[in-house]
Design a protein around this ligand. Sequence first.
Ligand SMILES: NC(=O)c1ccc[n+]([C@@H]2O[C@H](COP(=O)([O-])OP(=O)(O)OC[C@H]3O[C@@H](n4cnc5c(N)ncnc54)[C@H](O)[C@@H]3O)[C@@H](O)[C@H]2O)c1
Length: 275
Amino acid sequence: MEIQGSKILITGAASGIGRATAIQMARLGARLFLTDINLEGLEETSQMILRDGGQICKYKAIDISKYEDVKAFSDEIHHAFGPLDILVNVAGIALFAQIEDMAHEHWKKVIDANLWGVIHGIECFVPEMIRAKKGHVVSVSSTAGIIGLPWHTVYATTKHALVGMSEVLRYDLKKHNIGISVICPGAVATGMVDSVEIFGAKDAIEKAKTKFLKAAITPEKVADLIISAIQKKKFLVITSPDIKILFFLKRHIFPLYHIIMRFICWYMDKELKRY
Ligand SMILES: NC(=O)c1ccc[n+]([C@@H]2O[C@H](COP(=O)([O-])OP(=O)(O)OC[C@H]3O[C@@H](n4cnc5c(N)ncnc54)[C@H](O)[C@@H]3O)[C@@H](O)[C@H]2O)c1
């Protein structure tokens, strides 16, 4: 699907991957609808795009974990502009912990944002796309959506769900001419490095973040991959070569994958000084 002239909604547009995707899509001539819970960051993104000559049809700060907020925003968009061409679900949060350190509220807040947030976008925007008989839906999952990374219990729960949901929609929505892409980034240098909650030793977390940033790619690189997935109708996009190898091992040489995963688990426990 073409980006130029398309009506595209991006969630999580105040920062990181969402902002980079919005800026790059604007340069390609998209008609943008932007949202994020962070109004200040959303306004900054909008200013950057407008200064660059891009087109923003509407932006609004909403909490995507609240169905009523997403429904009201979708009603406003459909009433004034008709169906979207492309929905890009980017917004999300991260929390890494051992299960015994997590309270019910930790499970709830990550599932509400990362899973319900995406479900709300899909249930509010996709039926209009079906009526229009065209569209594309991108959801940003994670390496944790295809690999059972240690410490990622709740995060992986949500990100695996996005991969599963996307696979079903890929087949269910083909008859309506709607394409599906699911993006699984490895480490990306974004605001998430500061906002992530990790229930480990403080000094160890700082050390781990420094290592993470050394391996990280830019959000602009992920934005490029999202755009190319839409243009080339690519379903699964894994952004890092090491994760591509690990995913290959999981599917084809499971005993080796199992040994590597046990090592990663031992290493993370040791690094985060939990056990
Ligand atoms: N940064 C990474 O290394 C990495 C790796 C894999 C996957 N991801 C995924 O990429 C996506 C984008 O993350 P990012 O790295 O750009 O981080 P980021 O923190 O820079 O951006 C996430 C944005 O989502 C918004 N958001 C969070 N909860 C929201 C809610 N309830 N309603 C509306 N907006 C909300 C935040 O305000 C923020 O602007 C996330 O889904 C994340 O899980 C990131």
